[in-house]
Design a protein around this ligand. Structure first.
Ligand SMILES: [Zn+2]
Length: 582
């Protein structure tokens, strides 16, 4: 008798093949039959009217700290994700010298907006080297399978000490050899790959550039060579490519990525997003990716299936008034008193006046967008309609009401006792529609990524991108072409699995790992994110729940039913790649 049979669902199997009605039979954590299944099972799940998909694979998360204390791995696990990769963008907590814990915490607090106090209390630090970190993870069960890249920023400071934190410092020959040795050691222990950051945006909590920002060709190619020798792992990185205005500068960076790929012989992916002030820049990168692929290189751009959304609020990391002196001086005031003070009309007048003064001096960029982008700041409905339309922006609403947008945003942020969140698409919305995202995610040379789940705890909650991919692109879109559900599911499953070399998952077929979702497509929805304080030391994070996941199954065990955790923790550490079923 089988362990589990999922009956009468529409099977969207991850390959991109057309959905078909049928059953999925599971025994010992593996799919044993798909189609018309006769026999019986210990348990059956009725999937009538639902879509059955492989479990989603999120290759771009920052749960590196959270997984050491939290088995649930929400919000991702609430959105159909059954496998995650961490250590992205070159940041993480291993290797870590015992005297560098505070520095690594400040790095993750700065780069990824993960509360330092939560990390300080939550991290157990029962590791020093990267292999020891993997061993520590292996001892902790989760709802999802967990894997990690070795992060360049941690590696660099582990080998170079304080100098490694300074991007202007170059490693000595001995240090280069040691970095190469540790990369090979990490790959042998089961690291998923190597990740690095080359963006000005990534800074420690004290504002310093990340140590890997301008790592030289010599340093990077030494690591590339180590990956070739290891004959394992993927390469993941973020750079300022998406906003570099100068073609020559951008091309030099791309040449470096090409050299890295040729020397390492490993698959490479990098962040591709669209900034407001350089809306066509991503096409320059996409053209390069297409050329590299035509030459036989395994290069892909990681893209988001919706805008990267910043949530603005009084309790959030960002809001348009955060840089105003009359607002900033309330930073350490008790929340209730702060709210009362902000409600004072005289205080509001002063803050808006300061806002106008600062706004007049701002250059185009992220800060300007957050402070003044009222034409792309939105209220969030419940469920959230992620296909945004400028017609319902705050600026449009304010114009219709005959009030200043600044004033309207100020008042809105005071609502719900100061917990109201507003949504600002920070990337991928430069033309005020989703047409560019459509082009990004339908390219054969991109990967669905960039959720940054586990990071930006007070600013971004895009872990739900798996859910909104299905609702926006396959079901709801009205302002442009939709994308067949088979293609969207393929992007979140088999395509990512193949890139990472996890050939045992991402497909609903006999022999594959029994990771899957039973989804009520008609009721599938994201509720708006809220701020909760459940991290260690009462740390703050954004949480977002979903509707419509009838069940999520991990390695044959039902982990979630209707959004509730079953108590099962079948997820394990994923070391290296996995062969395809025989
Ligand atoms: Zn990242």
């Amino acid at each position: 008798m089988a362990d589990l049979i999922i009956r009468n669902g529409t099977i969207v199997d991850g390959t991109g093949a057309p959905g078909r009605t049928g059953d999925v039979e599971i025994t010992d954590g593996v799919i044993t039959a798909v189609g018309d299944v006769d026999g019986s099972a210990t348990r059956e799940i009725d999937a009538e009217g639902a879509v059955v998909t492989p479990g989603f694979i999120d290759i771009h998360t920052h749960f590196d700290g959270q997984v050491t204390w939290d088995p649930i791995v929400a919000p991702s696990s609430l959105h159909g994700v059954t496998t995650i990769a961490m250590g992205n963008c070159g940041v993480g907590f291993a290797p870590a010298a015992p005297d560098r814990h505070d520095w690594l915490i400040s790095l993750l607090e700065g780069v990824e907006d993960i509360p330092g106090a939560a990390l300080a209390e939550g991290l157990t630090w029962d590791w020093e080297t990267f292999p020891q970190y993997l061993d520590a993870l292996e001892s902790k069960p989760h709802t999802v399978d967990v894997s990690a890249h070795i992060p360049h920023a941690a590696l660099r400071t582990y080998v170079m000490g304080q100098r490694g934190a300074d991007h202007l410092e170059a490693p000595s020959e001995g240090e280069l050899a040691e970095m190469a040795r540790q990369v090979k050691e990490a790959m042998a222990a089961g690291a998923m790959g190597f990740a690095t950051s080359r963006t000005e945006i990534h800074r420690t909590s004290t504002g310093e550039n990340i140590g890997t920002l301008s790592a030289s060709e010599t340093e990077l190619l030494t690591i590339a060579h180590a990956l070739r020798e290891a004959d394992a792992g993927v390469v993941q990185l973020i750079s300022d490519l998406y906003q570099t205005p100068d073609d020559e500068v951008a091309q030099r960076e791309l040449d470096l990525l090409e050299a890295f790929t040729r020397v390492s012989g490993r698959p490479l992916s990098f962040t591709m997003q669209q900034a407001y002030h350089s809306p066509e820049r991503w096409r320059f990168q996409m053209d390069w990716v297409d050329r590299m692929v035509a030459q036989g290189l395994d290069v892909k751009a990681q893209v988001a299936s919706r805008p990267i959304g910043v949530l603005l609020g009084l309790q959030a990391t960002a809001n348009p008034f955060a840089f105003c002196a009359s607002y900033g001086e309330l930073a350490f005031v008790d929340p209730a008193d702060k709210l009362a003070t902000l409600r004072d009309p005289e205080r509001k007048r002063r803050i808006l006046e300061e806002h106008a003064t600062i706004a007049a001096t701002l250059e185009p960029g992220i800060v300007q967008q957050i402070m003044c982008g009222f034409d792309v700041i939105f209220r969030l409905s419940d469920p959230v309609d992620y296909e945004l339309d400028k017609d319902w922006s705050i600026a449009a609403e304010a114009a219709a009401a005959g009030v200043a947008a600044e004033s309207m945003v100020y008042d809105l942020l005071l609502e719900r006792d100061g917990t109201q969140l507003l949504y600002l698409p920070l990337f991928n919305f430069a033309h005020g529609n989703f047409d560019d995202i459509h082009d990004m995610i339908t390219s054969p040379n991109t990967l669905f990524g960039l959720s940054d789940a586990g990071a930006h705890c007070g600013a971004i909650c895009d872990a739900s991108m798996t859910t909104s991919s299905l609702t926006v692109w396959s079901r709801d879109r009205t302002r442009g072409d939709r994308i067949p559900i088979e293609q969207i599911v393929h992007g979140h499953t088999l395509r990512n699995a193949r890139h990472m070399g996890w050939l045992d998952r991402g497909v609903l077929a006999p022999g594959y790992l029994a990771d899957l979702n039973v989804i009520d497509l008609a009721s599938l929805a994201c509720h708006p994110p809220t701020i909760i304080h459940d991290l260690p030391a009462g740390g703050r994070r954004l949480m977002q729940t979903a509707e419509g996941y009838r069940a999520t199954v991990k390695a044959g065990a039902v982990t979630f039913e209707h959004g509730e955790h079953s108590g099962e923790l079948p997820g394990a550490l994923l070391r290296g790649t996995r062969p395809a079923p025989a």
